[in-house]
Design a protein around this ligand. Structure first.
Ligand SMILES: NC(=O)C1=CN([C@@H]2O[C@H](COP(=O)(O)OP(=O)(O)OC[C@H]3O[C@@H](n4cnc5c(N)ncnc54)[C@H](OP(=O)(O)O)[C@@H]3O)[C@@H](O)[C@H]2O)C=CC1
Ligand SMILES: CC(C)=CCC[C@@H](C)[C@H]1CC[C@H]2C3=C(CC[C@]12C)[C@@]1(C)CCC(=O)C[C@@H]1CC3
Length: 312
């Protein structure tokens, strides 16, 4: 039976590697590459068709960092079996070289290489919706996409699965419930990934959890062996699992052994359920504000267009 799989950020890296693996795995897959850059998306599609000549690969223009783009893209979808929320950014990362060398000679060295804890800061900025860009791209745009597609994802009698790419860099201490966009801090990536872990829990509670399962695979960087193919391990593994065998409180880790063998390991997440609910309601409030602003902006643009055509 045909299975429709949407992958955000499918034009490169882990997203593209996942597409390649899914086409190799299942000839019945119909892929939808949801990408912001049309040229790169076309190149990715050509590369996939070179190795899978008869594959069905569609393109969908989607910039998850723009609410308007998300709303437009969501209109096009009519069936979803899997939706991989994979697009993500870490702009202008700065490595704290001092902390790196200190960590190198400490008992924390393995953890440091696995999670980059305390090593990385990023410079964030505001996007055209007036939101912090990292938050908007890694979390909020995908949240709006799920909200918009909820009727399609939660149809009775049809199981859709949503899989969100998290990170080992997701850290509770980088996130504040009073600053969900991370306006004040210097670790927006870590904050956004922890927020997506929390949100996956709240979504499973607030949506029909039997139908919509949100998992957060984490990519463990065994740095020297890491490739996008390895990184896509847990994403690929989840495609093969029965929904009832998965635990919404777990994060599914892509791991690579010393011998280079890839495997997936679930680990229970350290998440405060109440805080996850607060985050969910804050995101819904923000959704209302952003949608209202967008309507006003569009109304202003229409009025401006009318004015221009009147004076011509
Ligand atoms: N690499 C790693 O070690 C790890 C990565 N991750 C996560 O894995 C995911 C994939 O990362 P990775 O493959 O490494 O990185 P890449 O930079 O190779 O891929 C990121 C993808 O996301 C897309 N993207 C970025 N911003 C947007 C946007 N606004 N709208 C739509 N698409 C967008 C990019 O598209 P475009 O071509 O237009 O830029 C690109 O296709 C991310 O969520 C990342 O946080 C997690 C753990 C470790
Ligand atoms: C010489 C010197 C200063 C080396 C620094 C090494 C770091 C660049 C890496 C060590 C751990 C890495 C890591 C990531 C990025 C690169 C490192 C910080 C990620 C944060 C990339 C994105 C993720 O989602 C998780 C990764 C964890 C490990």
């Amino acid at each position: 039976m045909e299975r429709v799989v949407i992958v955000t950020g499918a034009s490169s890296g882990i997203g593209l590697a996942l597409c390649e693996r899914l086409l190799t795995e299942d000839k019945q897959v119909r892929l939808c590459l949801a990408c912001r850059n049309v040229q790169r998306a076309k190149a990715a599609r050509s590369a996939l068709l070179t190795s899978h000549t008869n594959a069905r690969v569609d393109l969908l223009h989607l910039d998850v960092g723009s609410v308007e783009s998300v709303l437009n893209a969501a209109k096009v979808a009519n069936r979803i079996d899997f939706m991989y929320l994979n697009a993500g950014i870490m702009p202008n990362p700065q490595v704290d070289v001092g902390a790196f060398f200190k960590g190198l000679f400490s008992s924390n060295v393995i953890n440091m290489f696995a999670t980059a804890e305390g090593l990385l800061t990023q410079q964030d900025r505001l996007n055209s919706d007036g939101l912090q860009e990292v938050f908007a791209t890694n979390l909020f745009g995908h949240f709006i996409l799920i909200r918009e597609l909820e009727p399609l994802l939660c149809q009775t009698g049809h199981t859709s699965r949503v899989v969100w790419t998290s990170s080992s860099n997701a850290r509770r201490s980088a996130f504040s419930i009073n600053d969900i966009q991370h306006r004040e801090g210097t670790e927006p990536y870590s904050s956004s990934k922890y927020a997506s872990d929390m949100l996956s829990l709240a979504l499973n509670r607030n949506m029909n959890s039997q139908v919509c399962l949100v998992c957060s695979p984490l990519i463990f960087t065994n740095t020297f062996t890491l490739t996008p193919y390895n990184g896509a391990e847990a994403l690929h593994w989840l495609f093969l699992q029965k929904p009832e065998s998965l635990d919404p409180r777990a994060k599914y880790h892509s791991l690579t052994s010393g011998l280079g063998k890839n495997y997936t390991k679930p680990r229970l997440m350290d998440i405060d359920g109440e805080m996850a609910e607060v985050l969910f309601s804050k995101l819904r409030e923000l959704e209302k504000v952003v949608r209202r602003n967008l309507c006003e902006r569009n109304a202003d643009n229409e009025a401006h267009q009318r004015y221009l055509s009147d004076i011509e």
